[in-house]
Structures are given as C-alpha cells and as structure tokens.
Design a protein. Structure first.
Length: 249
C-alpha cells in the first residue's frame, strides 16, 4: 500500500460531477481530501463520498475566498494542497510535491489550462504559476469574493510538473463562468465604493481583447486564441457594466 503524504487536499465544489472523479483520483496520495460543497444538485457529493473524501455541505455561498477559508478550517494535515474540481495533478507534479515536503515554504505550480479542448500555450495562459501548496499553520485565503489569494509567510518556490486545468469545456461554459465572475467582481467593487460607466466598459473590454490577442499573443493559439480573446473582452465589459448598474441604484 502506497504511503499517504501528510497533505490535506482542499476542494470547493458545486455541480462538478463531470470533473470531481478525475480531480480526486489525482490527489489520492494525500492523507486527507476535503470537499466542501455549496449545494450541488448533481452527483458531486455522492461521487466524492464514494471515493473517500471528507465531504461537508453548506447551504449558502459567501464567495470564493470565504468559502475556501471554510474548507481550509476542515484540514487536519500539516500541509495543504488547494485544488479546484476542474483541475488535476499530473504524475510528475505528484513526485515533485512529495520531494518538496522536506522544505518549510510554500510552492507555486504551473497550470496547463485548456479552452474548448485545446491546451493554450499563449493568450496569457502559457505561464500561469499559482500558489497551491503551503504549510497549513498560519495560512489563509483572502476574503475576495472572486480571484482570491493564498496568504502565507515565506517566498514560494516553483515545482516541477504541471496541474491540468479544464477551464472552459465549451463556449457556453465560458460565458456562464464569465457572468458569474463578473457579478461577484462588481459586487465587491461596489461595496468598496467604486463606480463605472458603459464607456468605461467598452474601453476596458476592448483592451482586454487586444491584450489577450496581441500583447499575450493569443493569435498564436489559432482560432481558439481568437475565441478566448473575444470571451475575455466580453467578460471584462460585463464586469464594468454590472458595476455601472449597481451604481445606478
């Protein structure tokens, strides 16, 4: 029997039945797998429990940062691996994680993200290092409703290997997530007293498209890069339009 590593894999979920089995199988080397679900209506909870995860369910959604802090509070191991349900650990990365545990510092992981079935080498996704492995003591997530960060002491090192990430399976999936992120972002900014206008939405959205396609060389990803650039532009414009709407009362 393979020795389990002193790591709590921490995952938040909602309606991830199509992803969760792959994710959980990839972190089977962890001594604990925490799944905190926020009201799935599919088989996410059943699948996670059948695969041996420690599953808890909440009846509200406070935002990504607060929800991940709830999940972190359920971790019992000295190390934490934060992973999303649409991500998975490749074998080379698993070996790198094991070798890193003798250190006492956080670690960043290179994420290989796919868009509509294609792994994106450019478009701003080709050099996507994310802090995901860290000592549990003293660690927390920021309270951001979206785009939360890990708050932990120590300069991170970078591990060998990649974490797969099926960001958007389809365009419909992409627009659904873009709307969700835009709504959460606008709520957070409105609470901080910020405002926007349709003209700002147009400018910001246009620049996001230009940045992804040209500055981040999305054109090198072919038609998928162009589609992602348009999606990024639309999602950014949506954020500022939602913020404008909130400012109108």
């Amino acid at each position: 029997m393979t020795e389990l590593l002193p790591i709590s894999a921490v995952i938040i979920t909602k309606n991830e039945a199509h992803n969760i089995e792959r994710c959980l199988a990839s972190v089977s080397f962890c001594a604990q797998i925490v799944v905190l679900d926020s009201g799935s209506t599919d088989d996410t909870v059943r699948i996670a429990r059948d695969l041996g995860a420690d599953v808890s369910v909440t009846d509200d959604w406070p935002g990504f940062g607060p929800q991940k802090n709830r999940a972190l509070a359920l971790a019992t191991q000295p190390w934490v691996l934060s992973i999303d349900a649409d991500e998975w650990v490749e074998p080379e990365l698993a070996g790198s994680i094991k070798a890193h545990l003798s250190a006492d510092q956080p670690a960043e992981i290179l994420r290989a993200s796919s868009f509509c079935g294609r792994v994106m080498k450019h478009s701003g996704w080709g050099d996507d290092w994310v802090l995901r492995l860290f000592p549990r003591a003293g660690a927390a997530f920021s309270d951001d409703l979206v785009h939360e960060r890990v708050l932990v002491d120590g300069a991170p090192v970078r591990l060998v290997g990649v974490m797969g990430h099926e960001t958007y399976r389809t365009l419909a999936d992409g627009f659904r997530k873009a709307e969700m992120y835009a709504s959460a972002w606008a709520a957070q900014k409105a609470a901080a007293g910020l405002t926007a206008s349709p003209s700002k939405a147009l400018l910001k959205g246009g620049f996001a498209l230009f940045r992804t396609l040209i500055l981040k060389q999305g054109f090198r990803d072919g038609s998928a890069g162009l589609a992602l650039s348009v999606l990024n532009g639309a999602g950014t414009a949506m954020k500022y339009l939602y913020l404008w709407e909130k400012g109108r009362g």
